[in-house]
Ligand binder design. Structure first.
Ligand code: AMP
Length: 551
């Protein structure tokens, strides 16, 4: 297809406002694309490379203005182009306002007078993207000038937008997905799945045309071609247990997401960031770790965390700094140690696992990777989950992730199957008025604590907190409360109201179980309020207000 025709079609699409009509026009463009199908499926979205591909054109606005100025004539400068841009607000409009063509220059040699074709533009931009090293900016400028020099105003409009990756013709990824379905008569879900697996509109369009729905369904993950990461919504433990009964609980690490691709045959590791950029070279110790501990071809999902000399996590900015590091990687490696926590497995030994339940994927992961697998607990017990969160926080990590053990892996989705626990909106300072001795290994510690709110006439119970934290902490609390024990009966201990705990919770509910008439859902011990006397603890009327406020 000639580039002129692509420009005309793009203009037609841009002028259209109705979504359905836009989709029809894109479908028609794809149906007429012949050999240019893959390229056009990307160009309409302002892309030269597929989303998984880390290559970029690396053409900054300034270079583009320069190329336009040069093609526009000897008396036009990049500053003039910028000035027009300030007036007209959009680069396509500016590029289309010049007359190109008369200029001679290095890149205008050869086929200078022929009409530009879509494939020629694509090739030229790919060559230009590959330019690196000294003088590469100059070579890019020459090449881009050469292209503009052969453009009509309409072609220049869309070329300038394409090189700056801002097509702005109202075509989003969903439009192209549906257009591929329409153009080649395949269901949009089949296109969607193929896109999730490949992140390549060009490839998917070609397969849809050549091999239809069955061809699309055969498309599988490929090592070296990253997929979008599955994402999480916020949620509560209470809801998660209600929705799934059993919850897969994991620590939430505050680092950077990584997707690790490994081929056994080549002992080759590549690592991608959350937005599918390749970061392999910046993380040599993670590469070495994977080479040592993985011996089957696989795609893994996880988090990389920077740690200090004692293994305690550092703020996530430290990892991001490493991601961006291009030079002196070895020195950076000595400065900050990185640790991998792998939590998912998308592909193992030639088998795609996207559709396998989380629990199966985790089993595969544990079997494949001999170290660096993030721990996971399968439980329906809120106290146990509170303990897991307490340990995560104590170890310096961010908190808790809750996952549906039966869920499949949905790339790019911020769905309900992965939830990060919502931070508490409020905490309460409550008085300890009772406790219970632990069992088994913990028989010498108080293991759960009865909590009360202050009322006008004294204290009324509102819930229990089973700290579930370390034995060390329980021993400390036992010692702290020991002088205040009033009476004991079996495992139950009555305690004089002296000590105040800060307690986190997800929800307050009405409950006949406790004297106050309220109970806390997912109560957690956060700390001792040494600075507070029992009279300063939160009152029943505050609890009433908070309950009312939750509506
Ligand atoms: P957020 O960035 O706040 O939406 O939280 C989701 C992010 O938490 C993910 O993209 C991961 O980078 C990170 N994360 C940390 N620990 C885990 C985990 N155990 N499972 C999944 N994601 C995790």
């Amino acid at each position: 297809m000639e580039f002129e025709e692509f420009a005309a079609r793009a203009a037609e699409i841009e002028a259209e406002t109705a979504d359905l009509e836009i989709e029809r026009l894109v479908a028609a463009l794809l149906a007429d694309a012949n050999d240019d199908l893959a390229v056009l499926a990307r160009f309409v979205q302002g892309r030269v490379f597929p989303a998984w591909d880390s290559r970029t054109l690396d053409i900054g606005p300034q270079l583009c203005y320069e190329a336009i100025a040069r093609a526009a004539g000897t008396n036009v400068t990049a500053a003039d182009v910028e000035e027009r841009l300030a007036e007209r607000g959009e680069i396509g409009e500016v590029a289309a306002s010049y007359e190109f063509g008369g200029q001679q220059g290095l890149a205008a040699f050869g086929e200078g007078t022929d009409a530009l074709t879509v494939s020629e533009v694509d090739e030229e931009l790919r060559t230009l993207a590959a330019a690196s090293g000294s003088g590469s900016q100059e070579r890019k400028l020459d090449a881009l000038f050469g292209l503009f020099n052969r453009c009509s105003p309409e072609e220049a409009r869309y070329l300038s937008r394409l090189v700056l990756s801002e097509m702005r013709i109202g075509v989003g990824s969903g439009t192209v997905r549906d257009a591929i379905g329409d153009a080649f008569d395949v269901p949009p879900e089949a296109v969607e799945r193929a896109l999730q697996v490949s992140n390549d509109y060009g490839l998917v369009a070609e397969i849809a045309r050549e091999a239809g729905e069955s061809g699309l369904s055969e498309l599988s993950l490929e090592i070296g071609r990253p997929v979008q990461a599955m994402l999480a919504q916020t949620g509560t433990v209470v809801d998660a247990i209600e929705d799934w009964r059993e919850v897969a609980a994991e620590w939430k690490f505050d680092g950077a997401r990584v997707q690790i691709h490994y081929t056994r045959e080549e002992d080759g590791v590549s690592i991608y960031s959350r937005n599918m950029e390749e970061v392999t070279d910046a993380l040599p110790e993670v590469v070495a770790f994977v080479e040592e501990h993985l011996d089957e071809s696989a795609i893994l999902d996880g988090e990389v965390v920077a740690v200090d000399d004692d293994g305690a996590p550092l703020p996530f900015q430290e990892v991001l700094r490493r991601f961006r590091r291009k030079h002196d990687v070895e020195r950076a490696r000595e400065e900050t140690e990185l640790r991998l926590y792998a939590f998912d497995c998308l592909h193992a030994a030639g088998e795609d696992l996207l559709d396998a339940p989380l629990e199966e994927r985790y089993e595969r992961l544990s079997a494949l990777l001999s170290a660096g697998v993030s721990e996971r607990w399968l439980t329906d017990d809120p106290d146990e989950i509170a303990g897991i969160e307490g340990e995560a926080l104590e170890a310096g990590h961010e908190g808790l992730m809750l996952k549906n053990p039966d869920s499949t892996y949905s790339p790019g989705r911020r769905g309900r199957n992965w939830r990060k626990r919502k931070p508490d909106v409020e905490t309460l300072d409550l008085v300890v008025t009772g406790a219970e001795w632990g069992e088994g290994r913990r028989a010498t510690f108080l293991g759960s604590f009865l909590l009360s709110v202050a009322t006008e006439s004294g204290f009324e119970t509102i819930g229990k907190v089973a700290t579930g934290i370390t034995d060390e902490k329980l021993a400390e609390l036992t010692e702290l409360l020991d002088p205040h024990v009033l009476a004991e009966e079996g495992r139950n201990v009555e305690i004089r109201p002296e000590v105040v705990f800060e307690v986190g919770y997800e929800e307050i509910q009405r409950s006949p179980t406790y004297e106050s008439g309220y109970a806390l859902r997912f109560p957690r011990f956060l700390g001792v309020r040494d600075d507070k006397d029992p009279e300063d603890a939160d009152s029943l009327s505050r609890v009433r207000d908070l309950y009312g406020g939750e509506g």
